[in-house]
Unconditional design. Structure first.
Length: 132
């Protein structure tokens, strides 16, 4: 199924510039109307509060704030603009204990690196079709 994504805002939180650029480029190719980027979890939370995105795509391994801590802040901060926003976590780790840790932190979907355009689109469709 194809979605009209021109009216949604997606926040990408990724500290690796090439990965950030690729992800942003793919989202723009999909027709996402507004792509906001941040280079780390701290800046990502500020952008989250400022832009109130419809979907967040965050990397797990970042410093000083990783993707799990970032997600927990989105979910639990008393001033969170949307504690129910879907969070797609990008990671090179897919072991069961890591998946469980991410789920328990409030991650909505997993996107295992390396991924392709189809994988990314499927995760976006998943959070649209089956919100948690």
């Amino acid at each position: 199924m194809s979605y009209q994504l021109s009216r949604i805002c997606i926040l990408i939180v990724e500290d690796n510039q090439p990965m950030l650029d690729i992800t942003k480029s793919l989202l723009l190719t999909f027709g996402v109307g507004n792509v906001v980027t941040a280079k780390n979890g701290n800046n990502g939370f500020k952008k989250f509060m400022e832009h109130d995105p419809d979907i967040i795509i965050a990397d797990w391994m970042m410093k000083p704030m990783d993707g799990i801590t970032f997600t927990q802040q989105v979910r639990n901060h008393p001033n969170s603009v949307n504690s129910f926003v879907p969070v797609i976590l990008m990671t090179g780790f897919s072991e069961k204990r890591r998946v469980l840790e991410a789920r328990d932190a409030g991650v909505t979907e997993f996107l295992v690196k390396p991924f392709n355009a189809r994988d990314l689109y499927k995760r976006i469709a998943q959070v649209i079709e089956r919100p948690r």
